[in-house]
Design a protein around this ligand. Structure first.
Ligand SMILES: Cc1cc2nc3c(=O)[nH]c(=O)nc-3n(C[C@H](O)[C@H](O)[C@H](O)COP(=O)(O)O)c2cc1C
Length: 222
């Protein structure tokens, strides 16, 4: 099939868009309300968008508590969702009133952050501590509408990594078993067996392109 995506003429049971942009990392966003209520929610419209400095984004479909809190208080954290915490992550997505604490609701303990006020999920093997930069409202939405899509950008000012997962100066992401969202209600999990390495091509002065051995990282971070 090959269809007009603006009119969305897919003729399938459900819009396949999110099944195709997959897997998407899950930013498990914690924030504080202006009154100090803890808030936690997963966002799979989430990603890193720049390396130096480190920036991340999450996108809210409509105005939700996370974006309201982040804009009001200027801070948030992104905990890494993993296989071990998948049920807590899912529970924390429940649509509950703004004064509900989803850490409590999900039976999850908090750990204090070092650089921002919102705590992280204690059971998460890694977390990013972020300062709000700006919100970008996506086009094709009535001005002032609460129904649009809002992309929230934040600078990562602190990073927590459970030392258990650091070996020989490298983070063992596979051992953390991060989960990621696919389409529909489907997820996938990364583990050490599904991680593979590809070295970037090396271009010689004469323009020839060589691929260093794919067996193992050659040690150059290109
Ligand atoms: C894995 C997963 C990913 C989600 N991704 C998003 C997302 O990218 N954007 C969004 O608006 N809602 C997303 N949701 C739904 C929110 O988590 C849900 O609406 C939640 O209640 C929002 O909480 P808040 O109002 O405390 O921010 C996702 C839910 C799950 C389970």
């Amino acid at each position: 099939m090959h269809y007009d995506a603006i009119e969305n003429h897919h003729r399938l049971k459900h819009d396949p868009f999110k099944a195709l942009v997959a897997p998407r990392p899950i930013g498990w966003i914690s924030s504080l309300s202006p009154d100090g209520v803890f808030n936690l929610a997963p966002y799979s419209f989430f990603n890193a968008v720049s390396d130096k400095p480190h920036y991340v984004m999450f996108a809210s479909s409509g105005r939700k508590d996370s974006i309201d809190n982040v804009e009001a208080t200027g801070e948030f954290t992104c905990s890494l969702s993993t296989w071990d915490t998948r049920n807590g992550m899912n529970t924390s997505s429940a649509t509950v009133p703004a004064d509900a604490d989803e850490f409590q609701l999900s039976g999850l303990e908090t750990s204090p952050s070092n650089f921002v006020a919102p705590p992280r999920v204690k059971a998460a093997p890694a977390a990013l501590e972020c300062k709000f930069w700006k919100t970008v409202q996506m086009p094709d939405v009535e001005p002032g509408s609460d129904c649009g899509h809002f992309v929230v950008f934040g600078q990562v000012v602190g990073i927590y990594i459970d030392d258990t997962y650091i070996k020989d100066g490298m983070v063992n992401t596979g051992a953390m078993r991060p989960i990621a969202r696919m389409g529909y209600m489907d997820y996938t999990v990364v583990n050490s067996d599904t991680v593979f390495t590809l070295n970037r091509p090396v271009v010689a002065d004469d323009g020839t392109v060589a691929i260093p051995s794919a067996e193992k990282w050659d040690g150059t971070y290109r």
